[in-house]
Design a protein around this ligand. Structure first.
Ligand SMILES: [Zn+2]
Length: 59
């Protein structure tokens, strides 16, 4: 498997969000605390980039 920094960052963001949600009593499914929202936005940006790149590679 080739080195893929974007995918690594995407997975790391996913882990960070999951770890936060597990330890945070303020976050609900549709109501994240400020920290949770920050992790979620970071994950969403990386997910968009990852999916956009996949679309680009697969015509
Ligand atoms: Zn939270």
């Amino acid at each position: 498997m080739p080195n893929d920094p974007l995918y690594d960052r995407y997975m790391a963001a996913h882990r960070e969000l999951r770890t936060h949600l597990r330890g945070c009593s303020s976050c609900a499914d549709d109501d994240l605390c400020p920290d949770g929202a920050r992790f979620f936005r970071a994950l969403a940006v990386l997910q968009d980039q990852h999916l956009a790149r996949q679309k680009h590679q697969r015509p």
